[in-house]
Design a binder for this molecule. Structure first.
Ligand SMILES: Cc1cc2nc3c(=O)[nH]c(=O)nc-3n(C[C@H](O)[C@H](O)[C@H](O)COP(=O)(O)OP(=O)(O)OC[C@H]3O[C@@H](n4cnc5c(N)ncnc54)[C@H](O)[C@@H]3O)c2cc1C
Length: 376
């Protein structure tokens, strides 16, 4: 791109959402500039810390139907996105295993009831398989004999978050996006562009005052001898936990969920809880090596839904991805890209046009009905 010409789009924030939106817009031939306060690796983003599980059914235990439907569609979209990126990304669709210790067995029917209430029927059909005894060991040999019962959610997936961020950065370069790493942008220093797309996550709080952070802590450990083949979720009344196996013996163990925008390092309590729970799933974690203990905050709107806010002029904000960013990003980014392109070419200019657009949108629930108003 000619760096001196005014870009069609300035994307603020180069975490997960900003990278994906900028890369998609550039792929449609637009001139795009991206501004990220942190580095090209993505270390300042919530996306850097995330476990990147793509688990709409397991998440249905706490997420509503819109989220699980976005997650189901995005699971199908990710392979297409990854196939177009210039670097390989670990992507797995080998299911989620849900287990519980005998003492916590009352958690199981609660989990099942919530999942069945919030998941789309097409995900549940054949996607929620009860396992008992030897069946569980056959499905996940590393856990043979350790749990009496469990559920296999065979269609769920996961990917490597840091590989996605790196591959998207390479994709931005390949598509000629004018990237400005280590460049914070605030309302007083907005870059020139046709349309501004604000994907700053929690960094957008000055303009989205109802946005809040929900702190999450994870451990990254190296346990090459363990051989879990898919993410495992442990039901527990106080310390629900997941263990997501990535490549080369790397495991992401998470995550706490604490109200508040505390970005300080992981607490001793959280480290003990996460690591003890992992050890209770498999004692082999006792010999694992702790590579990192990380904390970050999930950008969250009051209703825990993602949203696309149009300011009535030239700015679109994409935010509120909460704990589901990876799970829903392809669909949310698609909707944002379609809307942004319509803004650029003048198809949306007033409330009537917006209402018409919203009626026709694939994911109309992502748009607040009254575009000029933030969520209550
Ligand atoms: C512990 C934890 C575990 C998670 N696990 C999962 C999971 O398993 N599955 C899943 O789907 N999701 C998971 N998530 C959620 C996921 O990480 C987020 O939903 C996602 O990262 C949100 O994407 P985003 O682009 O909106 O925000 P971010 O990824 O936070 O990106 C925002 C970017 O904006 C930049 N920025 C901020 N302010 C400015 C500024 N003023 N100027 C320029 N740049 C700025 C930031 O540096 C950052 O790079 C997890 C999150 C956490 C914290």
């Amino acid at each position: 791109m000619n760096r001196h010409a005014r870009p069609d789009f300035a994307v603020l924030g180069g975490g997960l959402c900003g990278r994906l939106v900028a890369w998609r817009l550039a792929g449609e031939g637009h001139r795009v500039a991206l501004y990220e306060r942190g580095d090209a690796a993505g270390t300042q983003a919530a996306a850097w810390v995330a476990a990147a599980m793509l688990a709409p059914l397991a998440e249905a235990a706490s997420a509503e139907l819109l989220i699980t439907r976005l997650g189901a569609s995005s699971l199908d979209s990710w392979p297409r996105v990854l196939a177009e990126l210039p670097e390989p990304v670990f992507f797995q669709r080998n299911g989620t295993l849900v287990v519980w210790h005998h003492a916590d067995r009352t958690e199981a029917p609660l989990f099942e009831r919530r999942v069945r209430a919030n998941a789309p029927a097409e995900l549940l059909d054949g996607g929620f398989v009860a396992l008992a005894g030897a069946q569980l060991g056959a499905a996940e040999p590393a856990l043979a004999g350790r749990f009496n019962q469990g559920w296999l959610l065979p269609r769920e997936g996961q990917l490597d978050n840091r590989q996605v961020l790196a591959a998207l950065a390479a994709g931005l370069a390949e598509r000629g996006v004018d990237t400005h790493w280590n460049t914070p942008v605030n309302e007083a220093s907005l870059p020139e562009a046709g349309i501004t797309i604000d994907c700053r996550g929690l960094g957008a709080k000055p303009v989205l005052p109802t946005l809040r952070g929900i702190r999450g802590e994870v451990a990254r450990v190296h346990a090459p001898g363990l051989q879990l083949t898919r993410p495992v979720r442990l039901l527990h009344p106080r310390y629900p936990l997941y263990i997501a196996p990535k490549q080369n013996g790397l495991y992401v163990i998470g995550a706490t969920e604490v109200e508040g925008e505390d970005m300080s390092p992981v607490s001793v309590r959280s480290a003990l809880e996460l690591l003890s729970a992992a050890f209770s799933v498999h004692p082999g974690f006792g010999e694992a090596r702790i590579l990192e203990l990380n904390s970050q905050c999930r950008p969250t709107l009051p209703d825990h839904r993602p949203a696309l806010f149009w300011d009535g002029a030239r700015t679109l904000r994409v935010n509120g991805l909460y704990r589901h960013g990876y799970m829903i990003a392809p669909e949310v980014a698609d909707e944002a890209v379609r809307f942004a392109a319509a803004l650029l070419d003048g198809r949306i200019g007033d409330a009537d046009a917006f209402a018409g657009w919203r009626r026709e949108a694939r994911w109309s629930e992502l748009f607040p009905q009254d575009f000029a108003r933030e969520p209550a």
